[in-house]
Design a protein around this ligand. Structure first.
Ligand code: FAD
Length: 395
């Protein structure tokens, strides 16, 4: 795929509208030809979509938001969100293969040293090295500052010990942005945390693979470090104690991505339900002509549209370089709940057939539930939104 013609003006990332249309059309063609025919096979068998991953690399998706100077497409978050929405409206799970990879890349691009950017980003952009973000531990998800993985400096290396869990791409990825404690006794706790680029080698192994409700075909597993030695120059930014902010800073883009996935699921559920409601007849007419069904479709269409607008609002703020944790949180919270609600309403519209794996709609329901958990639970999103809102509106 051709590199997108970017317009960089005073730090604002935009794209020529014709380039964006061409890019999105290419995504649509790929979905029609390559993806849609194989979704059920990969989802039902929980099978890694090797061929699709190569195609995603050829299209440049592993470098979608990485700057062009490093070989990426340098797409603005708005275009990226539209890509994720389109793919997710057919199959959400595969977006996870490049999304957590791009969050790792964003951490290096935003906070890495010039040497780290030059070394890692070109290989991330082509997909030669793929990976993700390793924050969560068995005892610590929301409360990230409670992690127990330690990184002890020894000469030119750090020695890491600990276990990460629920890590997307853990099996098929080869590098991760991984959060560890360089000063476990530090108070406040976040000052003792550092983010490393870890690559697979002796001392880093894959632990338990999770058998999940949904989000099939993409691997979620543990990463175990036992006296794992990483060169000191793989500490992102080169200074200890910055890891908590580096890791959570990357979550803004992550939340926009999850919101976009939610939009895709909400829109996809609506598309399926709208078609089915016009084909299925009861009492001598299509169920779409029954008011009970129309009420559902009316709500679903409104939710999907509101979710899209909130997500684009957050993506535009991100592209302007503004702090947008509140906007990204609102988008993530609303769009993920819209995905759950729309997939459930679509299940109701499908009636008994919703319960059959022959139809796609049950997958939308299984996949949508994850959106309320990942990149900060929806409980936490509401708290972040409220705190920011109260701060912006002092009494
Ligand atoms: C399929 C899948 C893929 C994932 N991929 C990754 C990945 O690639 N990398 C990664 O690092 N992690 C990943 N995760 C982990 C995910 O980020 C965590 O599950 C999530 O952050 C929640 O953490 P937890 O599961 O430990 O829940 P907990 O933190 O134990 O929370 C349990 C419940 O308590 C609530 N809660 C917790 N604290 C508060 C509070 N202060 N106030 C109010 N409510 C609170 C939560 O909202 C939740 O409802 C993935 C998870 C899944 C399921």
């Amino acid at each position: 795929m051709a590199t997108a013609a970017l317009i960089e003006d005073a730090g604002v990332r935009t794209i020529d509208p014709d380039e964006e249309v061409a890019f999105l059309d290419a995504i649509d063609r790929w979905l029609e030809r390559e993806v849609i025919p194989v979704i059920q096979h990969h989802d039902h068998n929980d099978e890694w979509p090797e061929a699709l991953v190569h195609q995603m690399a050829d299209m440049g998706l592993f470098g979608a938001t990485i700057g062009q100077e490093y070989g990426g497409l340098g797409l603005p978050a708005t275009t990226y969100a539209k890509i994720v929405m389109r793919i997710s409206s057919h199959w959400m799970a595969i977006t996870g293969i490049f999304n957590s990879h791009l969050i790792m890349a964003a951490a290096v691009e935003r906070f890495g040293t010039p040497e780290q950017k030059a070394k890692w980003l070109p290989k991330f952009a082509t997909g030669e090295i793929r990976g993700g973000l390793a924050l969560t531990e068995p005892n610590a998800g929301t409360d990230l500052q409670a992690i127990r993985t330690t990184a002890r400096r020894e000469g030119d290396e750090y020695v890491l010990n600990g276990t990460k869990t629920w890590i997307s791409n853990a099996i098929n990825g080869s590098a991760f942005a991984l959060l560890a404690k360089t000063d476990p006794k530090s108070e406040p706790r976040y000052k003792g945390m550092s983010l490393f680029i870890v690559d697979k080698r002796d001392g880093l192994s894959v632990g338990k693979k999770f058998d999940k409700l949904g989000y099939k075909a993409i691997d979620s597993a543990e990463l175990v470090m036992e006296d794992y030695r990483v060169p000191a120059d793989q500490l992102i930014g080169g200074a200890e104690g910055e890891g908590f902010f580096q890791a959570t800073g990357g979550l803004e883009l992550g939340r926009i991505n999850v919101a976009a996935r939610g939009v895709g699921l909400a829109e996809g559920s609506l598309r399926h339900a709208t078609q089915y409601a016009q084909e299925r007849h009861t009492m001598g007419k299509p169920i779409a002509q029954h008011q009970a069904i129309q009420l559902k479709i009316g709500e679903m269409a409104t939710r999907a549209r509101a979710a899209r607008l909130l997500t684009m609002d957050a993506a535009e703020a991100y592209d302007r370089g503004e702090r947008c944790d509140k906007e990204a949180g609102m988008a993530k919270f609303f769009a993920s709940e819209a995905a759950v609600d729309n997939s459930q309403d679509a299940m109701r519209i499908y009636g008994g057939y919703s319960y059959s794996k022959e139809y796609d709609i049950e997958r939308y329901y299984r996949d949508s539930l994850l959106m309320c958990i990942g990149e900060g639970t929806n409980e936490m999103q509401r708290i972040i939104i409220a705190k920011q809102h109260i701060k912006d509106n002092p009494a």
